[in-house]
Design a protein around this ligand. Structure first.
Ligand SMILES: Cc1ncc(COP(=O)(O)O)c(C=O)c1O
Length: 373
């Protein structure tokens, strides 16, 4: 029997909150204030409180959040920033937009996150004072090894900016994603765990000077209106998106719990087969932005599921250092062996809070049956 189960479904999430979202949109329309204003200020306050830091600056996207955080920390032309190649291209694009060079670090093949040992080797080389920052990515919603990364950063006087685009609400040993770094950057792209109905992002920090720099950078470098002290850009958060995000923030923990419930159900069934299920480190509260399995016959399984009406994704099929735009331009830390080997094996299964348990069972059982064909 052919089913219709998409890999992700932001429309279902809108429907789940329709009345409250429509009310919030009407409130903004009726306010007469269409740039920044109280909705953005309130969202910034509520989201900073949720993550557990002092300040948030709403911006236009996750990519802008990363770029402005980096620029606030002094990253610019000739700087070097360490990050991973197993990420959305946006991570590296944001680094390059500041004028900096990205050095790409290999990943731990179990968690898919930055390998702290590889980072240690890379930072120990001499960069003539150009090395400024590290951008770990909490990929798929599993926090990176932040204790080790922060230690390496502190020992080498490097700034840490967490890419939290996939990790709203994730934690390790009760400490939340977005609280380990000097700054953190969030995306609210519609399919994210906290998703707007358009583009939006935010920069978070405990440091008042850094957040004030972002307030200025996101609005033409203004300190006073119409007076630019530094060169900035226009990357303000849209108040309509802020109002929508305020509605959805109230359900984020419950929706993350639902994602975990689905993930555990998938793992319990699929674990019986030869297909690898996600590894979760001790003490980690995974938020399963993606539920990613691994198999050597990934493309064959993907085709098989598609024929049954089951959507899947690949996050990501081509590591950044192999993308046409970045090939040969981005410095690497030598071997990216794990980054390259997982790219051919990973498959993201349907994962969103509104997914039904019966649908999870159908997908998982088809995978187990396929594995024994
Ligand atoms: C890891 C990561 N970093 C950065 C971004 C960029 O976010 P945005 O699409 O909001 O610019 C994304 C989202 O696509 C992402 O997944």
């Amino acid at each position: 029997m052919v089913v219709d189960i998409p890999q992700t479904d932001p429309y279902a999430n809108y429907c789940a909150h329709k009345a409250a979202i429509d009310g919030a949109i009407t409130r903004v329309l009726d306010s007469g204030r269409y740039i920044m204003g109280d909705e953005v200020l309130s969202f910034e306050k509520e989201f900073a409180e949720y993550v557990g830091v002092n300040y948030a600056a709403g911006v236009a996207s996750g990519t802008d959040a990363l770029e402005l955080a980096l620029r606030a920390c002094g990253v610019g032309d000739d700087s070097i920033v360490f990050t991973v190649s197993h990420t959305a291209v946006a991570t590296v694009a944001a680094i390059e937009r500041t004028g900096a060079e990205a050095i790409l670090i290999d990943i731990d093949p179990d968690t898919y996150n930055m390998d702290a040992n590889c980072l240690e080797t890379a930072v120990s080389k001499s960069y003539n004072g150009r090395a400024i920052a590290i951008v770990p990515v909490h990929i798929y919603g599993h926090p990176a090894d932040m204790e080790s990364i922060r230690k390496i950063a502190d020992n080498n006087e490097l700034i840490v900016i967490e890419d939290c685009a996939q990790a709203h609400g994730a934690s390790k040993d009760e400490r939340g994603a977005g609280t380990w770094g000097h700054m953190s950057a969030f995306s609210f792209y519609p399919t994210k765990n906290l998703g707007a109905l358009g583009d939006a992002g935010a920069v978070l920090t405990n440091d008042i000077d850094l957040v004030e720099k972002v307030y200025s950078l996101r609005e033409y470098g203004w300190t006073d209106r119409y007076v630019s002290d530094i060169p900035g850009i226009n990357s303000r958060m849209d108040p309509l998106q802020a109002a929508i995000l305020r509605v959805k923030l109230a359900s984020l923990d419950a929706e993350n719990k639902q994602r975990r419930f689905h993930a555990e159900r998938y793992s319990k069934i699929i674990d019986k087969s030869s297909v690898n299920v996600p590894y979760v480190q001790k003490g980690v509260q995974h938020v399963y932005h993606q539920y990613v399995i691994q198999t050597a016959k990934r493309d064959e399984l993907r085709e098989h599921l598609l024929g049954l009406g089951i959507g899947t994704g690949i996050h990501y099929p081509v590591p950044v250092h192999k993308q046409p735009a970045y090939k040969g331009r981005v410095g690497t830390s030598g071997s990216l062996i794990h980054t390259e080997s997982v790219a051919d094996r990973i498959l993201s299964l349907p994962m969103y809070p509104e997914l039904l348990s019966t649908e999870v069972d159908i997908v998982a059982e088809h995978i187990v049956n396929w594995a024994y064909l």
